[in-house]
Design a protein around this ligand. Sequence first.
Ligand SMILES: [Zn+2]
Length: 134
Amino acid sequence: MGRRGPQPNPNSRDNVKKAVRKRDGHKCTECGMTREESRARFGRTLDVHRLIPGSRYTLSGCVTLCRECHKTKPKLKRRQRSETPRRIGIRADLAKALALMAKRNNRPVRMEFNRIMRMAAQAAGVWPSPQDED
Ligand SMILES: [Zn+2]
């Protein structure tokens, strides 16, 4: 493979979180709470919130929030968690686009993915036979 030993991965979850907090000046982007205030009040440092629930941690896709502001943000429900793009296993940038389309069309991600696949398959002329249409 020609790879060197284990390298620190700048895209690892922890490193992205660190970079997000640093970019945001170690303050909550909503109420301005500092890291020190967060430690004093909640016994922990500031949270990193993903703008698209269930997406990968990326610098552009995350903001720093205090625990209090983070609590007000929507979370994925258990049922939705199994449908995150990450679990479907597609590229991160495509997954982000898919999540945005699903949100815009108000469909679960899996349904949106299947809809797009069907359109692509039909366009490519490889959609099986007409009786397979639902
Ligand atoms: Zn806050």
